[in-house]
Design a protein around this ligand. Structure first.
Ligand code: ADP
Ligand code: CDP
Length: 242
């Protein structure tokens, strides 16, 4: 395998470092850090990188078994994953099952945690500076970020991801409130699900209690968040070292 779990550091984001292995593969290293409010609150969070990597590996694996193409290739069993390097579409795709978070800010007419009649898929421009503004499909087309075929495929894939993850969560006694996806395209222009699926990018409840990064957004310590991610992994049935 190409994988020696290293390479040239090409990007450092809020949650991960990205290394270029070769033309085809990247290594992503999940940091032991937690940030909120576009990086304004940031704390060291020992073990968080491994826990979020394990969540991503487990959930991407689950989606893969349902035929949902994603970038995951391998895991070092700790904080690094090997992925296919993609041309990223600079859009955050959010799927919502219940009214929460920024949805309530723009639609205060609805009560928190109202279940939607059907899942909502929305698009945000990936831009920390602009706080990831909500954008329309026409905006995406006019800016040349994706074509209609890709937009349709993104929506269908996002809904399928919601179905697979949501059903799995229910089978474990959990509620999937909402989550964020990112997509890229590979050398053959196939749409591929990328980035991560973890407590940082989804809201997951057990009996109405958050297991996800919402805890940190609401003031919990980084250590308490790590404990909660440990609980999430246990509840999801994620073995410590798979
Ligand atoms: P952010 O940039 O939001 O701070 P991260 O710290 O998670 O986020 O950094 C990871 C970066 O890697 C993100 O910019 C994400 O879009 C990008 N990325 C995720 N998966 C892939 C992939 N398969 N190929 C190329 N880039 C990717
Ligand atoms: O977190 P906030 O209330 O600002 O945003 P949201 O639009 O309600 O977030 C919807 C879902 O997407 C939540 O599960 C967030 O964790 C996730 N998200 C993310 O992973 N990254 C972002 N930049 C924004 C939201």
């Amino acid at each position: 395998m190409v994988n020696n779990w290293t390479g040239e550091l090409i990007y450092e984001g809020k949650a991960k470092r990205v290394y270029r292995v070769n033309d085809e593969f990247l290594v992503m290293e999940f940091k032991d850090e937690v940030t909120a409010f576009d990086g304004a609150r940031k704390e060291h969070a020992p073990s968080k990188g491994r826990l979020a990597a394990a969540q991503t590996v487990f959930l991407m694996g689950l989606l893969g078994r349902y035929g949902i193409r994603n970038h995951l290739v391998d895991w070092d069993g700790d904080r690094k994953i090997l992925v296919r390097g993609l041309r990223m579409i600079p859009i955050e795709v959010i799927v919502r099952n219940y009214a929460y978070g920024s949805f309530l800010k723009r639609m205060p007419l609805m009560k928190p945690m109202t279940k939607f009649s059907k899942p909502i898929v929305e698009f945000h421009l990936k831009s920390d500076e602009l706080h990831d503004p909500l954008i329309t499909m026409d905006d995406i087309i006019e800016a040349g970020l994706a074509n209609w075929g890709q937009i349709n495929e993104i929506i269908n894939t996002a809904l399928r991801v919601n179905e697979v993850l949501g059903n799995y969560m229910v089978s474990r006694g959990l509620t999937l409130v909402d989550f964020k996806l990112e997509f890229g395209s590979d050398g053959s222009n196939n749409l591929v699900l990328a980035d991560e699926l973890s407590g940082d990018t989804m809201r997951v409840l057990i009996n109405g209690r958050h297991l996800d990064k919402e805890l940190f957004r609401r003031g919990a310590s980084a250590m308490d968040l790590v404990k909660s991610y440990e609980e999430m992994n246990k509840l999801l049935g994620i073995p410590l070292n798979t």
